[in-house]
Ligand binder design. Sequence first.
Ligand code: S3P
Length: 425
Amino acid sequence: MQWEMTAKKGLRGAIRPPSDKSLTHRSILFSALAKGECIVENPLMGEDCLASLRAMNALGLRHEWIDEQRLRLLSFFPWTSSVHHLDCGNSGTSIRLLAGLIAGRTGVDATLDGDASLRKRPMKRVAEPLRLMGASIEGDQAPLHIIGQSLHGIDYASTVASAQVKSAILLAGLTAEGVTRASEPTLSRDHTERMLAAMGAPIRRLNETTVEVERCDKLNPFEINVPGDISSAAFWLVAACLVPGSEITLTEVGINPTRSGILDVLTQVGVEVERSNETVGLGEPRADLTIRTPERLSPFVISGDLVPRLIDEIPILSLLATQCDGVSEIRDAQELRVKESNRIDAMVKGLGAMGAKVEAKDDGLIIEGPNPLVGATIESNLDHRIAMTFAIAGLIAEGTTTIDGVETVSSSYPDFMNHLNSLCN
Ligand code: S3P
């Protein structure tokens, strides 16, 4: 399937972005650890989270819809001992968190697999620490064959700031003898820590980048109302900056500080984002965000601790850089090379084809603006964020921008085109 995009003026209106993908995955996976039923209001039912739900169903989790918004999840004990084939589709979060969740469940024998994109992504980063805990995992790339074993705690220093790695270790730690400690070079998103703490898990943060957990059989059930995903809201925040005469309000957006790095970048760019209706649910803050097209866009720098706080927003921020007045730099972001696609190469190729001045670095991008864009044909490469980034690029380019392979957008944002149409009216 393809989209054909043409230039637009004045995007206006209010959008409730799709619910947070990371929080929906965790709600589904962690509900299996609760000693009672969990209720998830507004889960994201995109393809990635559906992969987590189907995998958990296969392992024994039951679910039912209470009404259109609320999902009831009924945990199961003990974990079933049959052999499972769990298809994680395009979803890195599903495969890596599931690996940690099942590694210590004796009796479980499962093969975790996925699509062509997922099969290329590095799994050694989770397999290695889990093996050090005593796990039986065959494969350093999908498919992974895992046979549940008794585990023991470790003190593991990951070389990558990855919430998926940290979460896999902590989930395995809940089944391991002794204390399990995970540290990372800089703090990645901390939804797992917040949700496990809210469920009463024996989890402690020792410092900014180190967290430890102890064995715990059953956790308290939870109710969560999942906020909107700031990584999806990001497309409209940038669209409002780029499309002249725009004013957009994004409601109920999750603004956990480990996710809100894009707001810091917008401050560098000189754009004001108004916050209102701030609340907190299950340890996760949210707010409505309003943004208007500014007069001028200043260039920005992304590096160091900021990178994990906006890692999924770098494709759309690279597009923003093409219209900023000067040179923007994105460094320390080599992780972009192992996402759903190699996002450094995808951005250089796509923005280059549209006439932008963009240079690849091993760990990022250098982009010089402002530069008018012209329509081109872009391949999504099974990467939802690349497809949506170039759909927004098409709103400011001269001529037609064609994006091929847009089915992938359903991973995180099934309503993307409907929301765009509503902002255009
Ligand atoms: C995610 C963590 C990030 C992010 C991904 C979702 C999560 O990956 O890119 O989209 O839900 O934990 P890494 O932890 O591998 O950086």
